[in-house]
Design a protein around this ligand. Sequence first.
Ligand code: ZN
Ligand code: ZN
Length: 466
Amino acid sequence: MLDLIMLGTHEAELRTLLETEDGTEASAYVLLSVADIGADPWTGAPRQRLVTRAVLPVPMEDRVSASSVHVTWSTRGFVRLLKRAERDGLVPAIVHTHPGSTAFFSDQDDRNERDLLQIVANRAGEGRAFASIVMGGDGTVACRLWQLPDQARQCERVLVTGKHLAVHASESAEGIPDSLDRQARLFGPSFNPAIRALRVGIVGCGGTGSPTAMLLARLGVGHLLFVDDDVVEVTNLNRVHGARRSDAEAAMPKVDVLAREIETADLGVQIARFKGWVGDPRARDALRSCDVLFGCTDDHDGRLFLNRFAYFYGIPVIDMGLRVLPAAADRPYEMGARVTLLAPGTTCLLCRGLVDPRIASEEALRRIDPAEYERRKAEAYVSGGGDPAPAVVTFTTETACMGVNELLQGLTGFRGPGGMKEERRRRFETCVDRANTARPRPECEMCADPGVWGLADVDPFLHRFG
Ligand SMILES: [Zn+2]
Ligand SMILES: [Zn+2]
């Protein structure tokens, strides 16, 4: 399987760059990075994912001619593109529009691209590739990858990710169950195929993660991934959906509880699970196979990991948090929930002050070297856990609803055309909802500029050199 993630920032750039007043076709170049996935968590098969890394205009002097059914440009720029792609270890891609139609590859495109493949073959040896992307006037996007000597692999799906989410599948989605009829009556006939096509990961399967999983399964998401290292404890039974007393007695992993509940409901959802910490290298294939992730973890180290992952791979993370504090003599209740979108073009968790790197490093130490952690704790070098935080099921579940509704907004625009909010906050004790904006810190590696956006696979993982 081959698919493409087009960053929303790049899609917007391309749509602006390629818009013509007279409806003629236009072209641009894109550089793509690659995610090589050893085993898709649902099928076990290897797959490849292309991610847009940069958009480059075709220079004025290279433009030859264009009409409503063709666009021609000189190949000088293409050769420069090949050089740059080679230097940076990226896949070069050409983009053109079909303003009057949907995105497809015409016979003319076939002929032109075979010529370009010849240029690639002459310049570089075997194994080189280039991609071709078509953007339709109706908003659709198609992509294919040409490889030597003469092979064009169609991307099965193109995902546009960011504040807006769109899935363009080359094949029509697998059967849509009648059980989803009532939601199509609200969002229209294109909604169910889109949500069915999504592959969604839930990181953290406790108070907010378990209702998120239940809601996504009911909505008809076709593939779900659960990531959590914990087992059910008696004190979880007040809020973890699907958990039974017998699960706590048997120390059942939370990921297994959710898988059991959703499989038993027989909703046609494919489930994959990883019992472990989200940053474990063994989870990478599964995470890189997702289209969207929900951050439902309460550890700072896990959030810090997701905060990097979202920007490197262009896989949006909808992160949620909840803080409820009891009233005391001198202050009322404090009960707030938040949902934050992490994606290229939005402000990250570090810049929002929502992750504490010091606590994250203490959590990492506790995971990697528990004895050393205990020693430092005894000497008061680390802060230690403290009392467990209060938690009530109605508020954890409402936070999950806020997060999943954000996904629905990204897919349907039911709240208007602006896409998902970067951050929403709800105060339960005052019934106040608001959107929260924050600026990136100028030195932030993740969100201040496109430095790491769409870099995808690099070694070491999620770290940039140069
Ligand atoms: Zn064409
Ligand atoms: Zn930042």
